[in-house]
Each structure stands twice: as structure tokens, then as C-alpha cells.
Design a protein around this ligand. Structure first.
Ligand SMILES: [Zn+2]
Length: 109
């Protein structure tokens, strides 16, 4: 268990939580100003996942990708951890972390 927090922003207009943080809300197009950054717990639930067998250069094959729901119903697309080769299922509980490039990675709890 780590203490990593996932950076997000909360729309000042519609209250949706967005990962990674953005000034322009993708739901209502409101442009937030100032401090709308929040941090989320790095535990989530897999909503959907896929596996790329021809991932972009620099990634190991197969590359697992998952859509993960965090607290406040924030949804983030993340990659499997570099050494990740377990089976993931819809509803799997995962922990998120950042890799050295700042990408969000998941592994099973
Ligand atoms: Zn919004």
C-alpha cells in the first residue's frame, strides 16, 4: 500500500472530477481558473480493459490498458505496470501509481 495520490481537477461549474487535471472541463466546457486541483486516493475499480499486441514503440507487448474508476467517479485510462502480466477483470480492484514518465500505471491490489 502506497501513499501516492492521483492528481485531478474538479470542475467549478459541474463538479465533475477529471484525471489528469485540466483547465477546460470535457463535460461542460467550463474553463476553470485558479485552484481547482485535488488529489484522489490511488485505489480504483476496473470498468473496462484491453490489451495491445502491437503497442507503440518503447512499450512491452502485450500492453494492458484499463479504464479505472476512482473516488468521485473520476475515470482514468491507465497502462498496466511495467512488470504487470496478471489477468485483470471488470471489477478488479487496482492500485495506481505514476511511472518515470508521469503516466498512470495500474497493478492489482
Ligand atoms: Zn464541468
Amino acid at each position: 500500500m502506497s501513499n501516492i495520490r492521483i492528481k485531478a481537477s474538479k470542475c467549478q461549474e459541474c463538479d465533475k472530477v477529471i484525471v489528469p487535471p485540466r483547465d477546460l472541463c470535457p463535460y461542460c466546457r467550463h474553463k476553470s481558473t485558479g485552484t481547482n486541483l485535488i488529489e484522489l486516493r490511488n485505489e480504483g475499480e476496473v470498468l473496462s480493459f484491453t490489451e495491445l499486441h502491437k503497442p507503440p514503440e518503447g512499450f512491452n507487448s502485450p500492453l494492458k490498458m484499463a479504464l479505472v474508476k476512482l473516488e468521485y467517479d473520476a475515470v482514468v485510462l491507465c497502462l498496466g505496470a511495467e512488470d504487470f502480466n496478471s489477468q485483470v477483470e471488470i471489477g478488479s480492484l487496482v492500485n495506481l501509481t505514476y511511472d518515470s514518465e508521469g503516466r498512470v500505471r495500474f497493478s492489482l491490489e
